[in-house]
Design a protein. Structure first.
Length: 581
């Protein structure tokens, strides 16, 4: 492919210049100020093709093509559920690479599997207008990132005694014969639980948390806990008066989470009731109600994030931080200069805020900031250019941001350093396919599975149109490919996490073969995946049948749970399964 005009020098994809406020504190400056003129065409070999000619990039630059300017079905990472966006919708397909996107369904029967998704607004609506602020119809809600508890590679010991029934009572027979005909070398289903009753319209079952003692799951109006060894109930289920509407995907260092539930059952109810819960004991801590925001600042849907001992509650146009140990309010993150409305937050080892600024003006854009989790002080701000929407943080530390340009149907993946400077941008012409959740209102910045990162490398799965896919290791120093490894089966392989010098990945099940947990040396090279766990064939249909799911690998066990209950009376749904040797 020929080199496009006006390509930035120095490798053709150089990091955008910092618009206006590099690393600065306080309100961002007009991103059009301080922007360098277009670069001259480079003298060097052509760069990887991205469907040139290209359009402006996300960092408020003038017309300078870059790797993020990829015409075609850039794709919001595929949402689960009935709202999954499909390829097409008026956009030309074959000549353009798709962006990260794949359906979350865990089975070959899932009608959305293996199809790239268009970015926000293709299937449902492009944008949602709330109180004069434009919001993307994008992910949140159900699917959460893989649990990231530390694994000691301990292998569970278990006999071939029957797994628990699904009623939570512990002991008893295995009516579904999930371990029947288990082959040599296959792991076993240690225990499983059937899903509780839910309304005919279905219900959410968000979150899954694993401690060294307990596996905890939210389902409709309950929080249930099971012993990780045998599946016996660890503590009595916690029943909430109304449906659970949000949870913290993270847990605190002392194994606590916050659950939000609805204020009532009517259409006018808000998601504003908070409850702290100890995962190991089931004891309730403080409870409280999320404060109302200003006009149009809705709590119909909220997001919860934990950053250390700070709980961040995101409304539609602002956020409030609380001390998670006491429930005491710490600070508000409200509208700031430039008509910027904070609309999404990401937690973990850092607290990241994304704001929609200047809606319906010539200066409409997104901004990303890092906040001090105890005071709310802005550490740095970076403005993205008009038309670019920040959709995901594939990683918080290191910070890796996925953004899309809805008008140009392009995408970008950038790594930012501790001062908000552009560290690198992905320069690989691939159809990436992490699994990401979906919500009509909120942006769930951390709601992607199938993506992992360490200090130097980003790991992303490619989309498999048929047969096996690949996992790519991408150098965060320059955005280039380090290595790639093919799935050892005909099903897709998804990165879960990095443990030491090993990348842990999940190879999905099919209707007649159980999934696998494998490890790949982070050095890559010619190494093939090493099988750590082979799930039994007898449970393959169940494992393959989750329409939307949460998955985790902790202490030598594999956990899978649903994130959505169908509510069908005749359906024999599984809530959660645990596998081990």
């Amino acid at each position: 492919m020929t080199q496009p005009p006006n390509q930035p020098p120095g490798g053709g994809f150089g990091a955008p210049q910092n618009p206006g406020q590099a690393g600065g504190f306080g309100p961002p400056q007009d991103p059009s100020q301080g922007t360098p003129p277009p670069a001259q065409p480079p003298q060097g070999p052509p760069q990887p093709g991205y469907g040139y000619p290209q359009q402006p990039g996300p960092y408020a630059q003038p017309q300078q093509p870059g790797p993020y300017n990829t015409p075609g079905p850039y794709g919001q990472p595929q949402p689960p559920g009935p709202y999954g966006q499909q390829p097409g919708y008026g956009y030309p397909q074959p000549q353009y690479p798709a962006a990260p996107g794949t359906p979350p369904g865990s089975g070959s029967r899932n009608p959305f599997r293996g199809k790239p998704a268009l970015a926000v607004g293709a299937a449902v609506a492009a944008l949602l207008l709330i109180g004069g602020t434009v919001y993307a119809v994008t992910s949140g809600g159900d699917d959460k990132k893989p649990v990231a508890e530390q694994s000691n590679d301990a292998k569970p010991s278990a006999s071939d005694s029957p797994v628990n029934p699904g009623d939570g009572s512990g002991g008893g027979a295995d009516p579904d014969n999930l371990n029947e005909g288990r082959k040599a070398g296959e792991a076993r289903v240690l225990w499983y639980k059937e899903a509780p009753d839910a309304p005919g319209s279905g219900a959410d079952a968000p979150g899954m948390w694993i401690t060294d003692k307990t596996a905890v799951k939210a389902a409709y109006k309950e929080l249930v806990a099971y012993n990780v060894d045998d599946g016996n109930p660890t503590w009595d289920p916690i029943s909430f008066p109304q449906e659970i509407c949000a949870v913290t995907p993270q847990k605190t260092a002392d194994d606590k989470i916050v659950v939000a539930y609805m204020s009532g059952s009517s259409d006018r109810a808000d998601c504003n009731q908070l409850q702290l819960v100890d995962l190991n004991t089931g004891e309730k801590g403080w409870s409280g109600e999320v404060e109302d925001g200003a006009l149009f600042d809705s709590t119909v849907s909220i997001e919860l994030s934990l950053a250390g001992n700070t709980l961040m509650v995101g409304r539609s146009q602002s956020g409030t931080a609380y001390d998670v140990t006491t429930g005491k309010k710490l600070f508000d993150k409200k509208k700031y200069e430039g008509a910027c409305f904070p609309s999404a937050f990401a937690g973990g080892s850092r607290l990241i805020s994304v704001a929609s600024c200047g809606a319906s003006t010539d200066n409409e854009h997104n901004e990303i900031q890092e906040l001090d989790p105890r005071t709310g002080k802005v550490k740095w701000t970076r403005a993205f250019g008009k038309g670019w929407r920040i959709m995901r943080t594939y990683s918080v530390d290191p910070l890796v941001v996925y953004s899309v340009n809805e008008d140009e149907k392009t995408w970008n993946i950038s790594a930012l350093d501790d001062k908000g400077e552009i560290r690198s941008q992905v320069k690989i012409d691939e159809d990436f396919a992490p699994e990401c959740g979906f919500s009509v209102i909120q942006r769930d910045l951390t709601g992607c599975q199938g993506v992992a990162a360490d200090a130097s490398t980003l790991y992303l799965p490619t989309e498999a149109t048929s047969g096996a896919n690949e996992v790519l290791a991408i150098n965060l120093a320059d955005g280039k490919e380090k290595w790639r490894v093919k799935s050892p089966a005909d099903e897709s392989m998804l990165p879960l996490r990095v443990e030491g010098d090993q990348l842990i990945a999940y190879v999905e099940a099919s209707y007649d073969a159980g999934g696998q947990i494998v490890s790949v040396p982070t050095t890559g090279g010619s190494h093939q995946p090493t099988k750590l766990l082979q799930n039994p064939t007898g449970a393959a249909e169940v494992e393959d049948g989750f329409f939307s799911r949460d998955i985790a690998w902790v202490d030598g066990r594999f956990y899978i749970s649903t994130t959505r209950l169908s509510g069908e009376d005749q359906a024999k749904e599984k809530l959660m399964l645990a596998y081990g040797k």
